[in-house]
Design a protein around this ligand. Structure first.
Ligand code: NAD
Length: 484
């Protein structure tokens, strides 16, 4: 018998797609080999872990080159340690996750055993964003491998050196017919989205997310969209400002604000705004005593984004905002260095561009409110964010804010760390994303949940004598009378 071949007919967008042969190669291998078992998945995760160990220095250097300057510490934490940690956690739970689940018997199915089997979907396409160029392709890959799929990865074209290191690392670790990487520009990315994958995980902007979903719809390919948005941070007046500032700084200024879940803007009670600004100034000065040649300040990734963020500040200022830039030595930023000092914006006109587009830079608009309901309304009048941060020691009030706002994830008295617990699903809602992954959530997202009935000697249908004609409606009437 010939080896099984993918059966899907080619759509017009696929004909001539240069990436199609690679997908067909992976699909054929997947069908021939069958789903990898537990041992094979663990082996693949071990290989990935070993590869990261071998390439970690190269990864850190490549990210550094792509950004012009990126704090090494930030790269070690976010691109290396976080991924290794997720591999370990996945390995320790995988056996349990792979077990078919038992939803229990049902009256209508009689004595039949019911099981939900977690089956790999097939070949998954993974597309990453540039802001964490290794994490955002390897973290989904962990879930994809755990669920037993093959993968083709497309790293962001804005961080090409890192993309090439990831490509080399994967090529030297896995067979191309199992996991492979394609690199290239937007045209390659567009071709990628038009492939009839069995699932696509895309991380990037909401705008491109819509393009990806449109292309995937042609093939009815399911998508996980990890998008962005403006994540609000609300500070209740009862919460100590100093503590809030410490925690907001961690989320906002890491990677110079180029983080999808960075606090985008602050809503603070009007009685606390002066204390908030002076505390920010004091703490930022301590943390970044100079913005020039500071090894802890990452650059904005490229000139286009540098100009974009600079223009957001300019536009807000032109519309009446007060700009507070924390540049303790008054250093002049040399041309081409792409450093933006930590910047606070006060009295911001909410029609300013900065209040309409995700900032993705170290700029923090501060908006005041009079009562908490006004702050909640402010959030709800805008697109549903990827994260929401609320600072308050009153649990009841915190519960109210959590229940009255809808966001992908949230932290109370903290920022960003909901991402760090790999045991929790991570994803957006509405314009900030669709679907989720991390840990078991990723395993489930990339698995097909196949419901199976194992029938025993007796089937209820003939017993009830009503599943096969001639039907006796009377019995069903009696049943519905009992049930209603
Ligand atoms: P982007 O959407 O510009 O690019 C992401 C990917 O899409 C890249 O690989 C790119 O090559 C590809 N792409 C670009 N144009 C395309 C097209 N026309 N067709 C198909 N593919 C195309 O996003 P970005 O600028 O790289 O990333 C920043 C955004 O990503 C921010 O909005 C941020 O919030 C979001 N983000 C989200 C998460 C999350 O987990 N939710 C994580 C990081 C970043």
């Amino acid at each position: 018998m010939n080896n099984p071949q993918p059966v899907a007919a080619e759509t017009s967008a696929e004909i001539g797609n240069p990436l199609l042969p690679l997908l067909h190669q992976q699909q054929a291998a997947f069908l021939n080999n069958g789903a990898p078992d537990y041992k094979q998945r663990i082996e693949a995760l071990n290989k990935l872990k070993k590869a990261i160990g071998e390439y970690k220095e190269e990864i850190v250097a490549a990210v550094q080159e792509d950004f012009g300057y990126r704090s090494d510490t930030e790269t070690w934490i976010t691109e290396v340690v976080t991924v290794l940690n997720e591999i370990m956690a996945t390995k320790s739970h995988l056996k349990k996750w792979m077990k078919p689940s038992n939803p229990g018997r049902s009256l209508s199915a009689g004595m039949a055993k019911s099981r939900v089997i977690y089956q790999p979907k097939g070949v998954v396409g993974i597309m990453g964003a540039w802001n964490y160029p290794v994490l955002l392709v390897l973290s989904p890959l962990i879930g994809v491998i755990a669920a037993g799929n093959s993968a083709v990865i497309k790293p962001s074209d804005l961080t090409p050196k890192t993309g090439e290191v990831v490509k080399k690392m994967i090529a030297n670790t896995f067979d191309e017919s199992y996991i492979s990487v394609v690199t290239g520009d937007v045209e390659v990315a567009a071709n990628f989205t038009q492939l009839p994958f069995d699932h696509i995980v895309y991380t990037g902007s909401t705008h491109v997310g819509k393009i990806v979903m449109r292309a995937a719809a042609e093939n009815l390919t399911p998508v996980t969209l990890e998008l962005g948005g403006k994540s609000p941070t609300i500070i209740n007046p009862n919460y100590p400002i100093s503590k809030a500032v410490d925690r907001i700084m961690m989320g906002k200024f890491m990677n110079s604000g180029q983080t999808c879940i960075a606090p985008d803007y602050i809503l603070v009670h009007e009685s606390k705004v002066d204390e908030l600004v002076s505390t920010f100034k004091e703490k930022l000065t301590k943390r970044y005593p100079s913005v020039e040649n500071n090894k802890d300040i990452s650059w904005i990734v490229n000139d286009r984004h540098f100009v974009r963020v600079s223009n957001l500040i300019k536009d807000a200022e032109e519309r009446g905002a007060t700009v507070v830039q924390v540049n303790p030595t008054n250093a002049t930023i040399s041309e081409g260095t792409r450093i933006i000092p930590p910047t606070l914006l006060l009295n911001v006109d909410t029609d300013s561009n900065i209040m309409h587009e995700e900032i993705f830079g170290p700029v923090l608009p501060i908006i005041t409110y009079r009562d908490i309901d006004q702050a909640i309304r402010f959030v709800n009048e805008r697109p549903r964010p990827l994260a929401l941060y609320y600072f308050d020691n009153n649990k009841k009030q915190a519960d109210k804010v959590l229940s009255r706002t809808i966001s992908g994830g949230a932290c109370v008295n903290e920022t960003m760390l909901h991402f760090a617990n790999e045991k929790m699903a991570f994803g957006g809602v509405g314009p900030s994303g669709l679907g989720s992954y991390h840990g078991q959530a990723g395993f489930l997202e990339f698995s097909h949940k196949k419901s199976v009935i194992f029938q025993g000697a007796l089937s209820p249908a003939p017993l009830m004598n009503r599943a096969y004609p001639p039907f006796v409606v009377k019995v069903l009437k009696v049943v519905s009378n009992i049930l209603s």
